[in-house]
Write a new protein. Sequence first.
Length: 132
Amino acid sequence: LGKLESIVSRGVSSNSALILGGGGGGGGRNNDGGDRSVVNRSHLEDRISCARSLNSIDELKQWLHEYVALLSSEMNVEGIRALSLDLLEMDAFGEEGYKAGDGAALVKDVVISNLAGSRRLQALAADLNSFL
């Protein structure tokens, strides 16, 4: 939150500049990569939560693709595992608005398919696939 607060206090010209780490505002200063990562992650987590609460499986898939791509680029294995377990809990606890198997399908169609493109994350993809 401290990084996010420092970005906001520097100012940006628009929300898209804040989310995408673009220029504008901030007295000509550019955000560093760490700031962009924190803002991107927070934005994606918010969009995923909204899609889940609205029971919008199509939007959920879209934002999960983006989120997994971000976690993959950071080589955040623990984050990917936690996300996968969270999605599988949709099935285990019967999350309202979703049918049985939606969580496993999201792990397979979104998480594992994104990981398959990364040579360094293929072992994690294989672990998740064997778990399903």
